[in-house]
Design a protein around this ligand. Structure first.
Ligand code: HEC
Length: 116
C-alpha cells in the first residue's frame, strides 16, 4: 500500500516549512515570552527602553519570518534596525519553548495588528 507510506511520510514531514509551527499552547508561549523576552520587548510586546516593539511593522512575518526569530534567540542580534543596542542570545529555551514563543508573538501580532 504505497499510498499509506506517502501519507505517513507527509504527516511526519514537520520542519519542512519553517513558518508552519506545530501545535502550540498559547499559555506556554506567553509564559516563555514573559520570562525571556518581556524585560526588553515589553509585557505587551510594545517594547521598552531596552528593546523594540514586536508590533512594529518591521517584524511582520514577511520581513521577519519565523526563522529570523529562531536565529535571534539562538545567536543574538547585532544592533541594526534600532538604537537599543544588540540582543544577546537567549539561553535555556527548548525547541518547543522557541516554537511556542514565536506562536505567541504571531498570535498577538494577528490580534493587535501592526504599528507603522
Ligand atoms: C536584553 C534585551 C533583549 C531580550 C531579553 C530579548 N531581546 Fe529581542 N531584541 C533586542 C534588541 C535590542 C533588538 C533589536 C536589534 C536591532 O535590530 O537593532 C532585538 C531584536 C529582536 C528580533 C529581530 C531580529 C532581527 O533579525 O532583526 C527578534 C525576532 C527578537 N528580538 C525576538 C526576541 C525574543 C523572541 C526574545 C525572547 C525569547 C527576545 N527577543 C529577547 C533585545 C532583547
Amino acid at each position: 500500500m504505497p499510498w499509506a507510506f506517502a501519507l505517513l511520510a507527509s504527516a511526519c514531514g514537520s520542519g519542512d516549512t519553517a513558518s508552519v509551527a506545530g501545535p502550540i499552547d498559547p499559555r506556554r508561549g506567553a509564559a516563555v515570552y514573559g520570562e525571556a523576552c518581556a524585560s526588553c520587548h515589553g509585557d505587551d510586546l510594545r517594547g521598552t527602553d531596552r528593546g523594540p516593539s514586536h508590533l512594529s511593522i518591521v517584524y511582520e512575518p514577511n520581513h521577519h519570518p519565523d526563522e529570523s526569530f529562531r536565529r535571534a534567540i539562538r545567536n543574538g542580534v547585532p544592533q541594526h534596525h534600532w538604537t537599543f543596542g544588540a540582543m544577546p542570545a537567549i539561553e535555556g529555551l527548548s525547541a518547543d519553548d522557541v516554537t511556542a514563543v514565536i506562536g505567541y508573538v504571531r498570535a498577538v501580532q494577528a490580534s493587535e495588528g501592526f504599528d507603522q
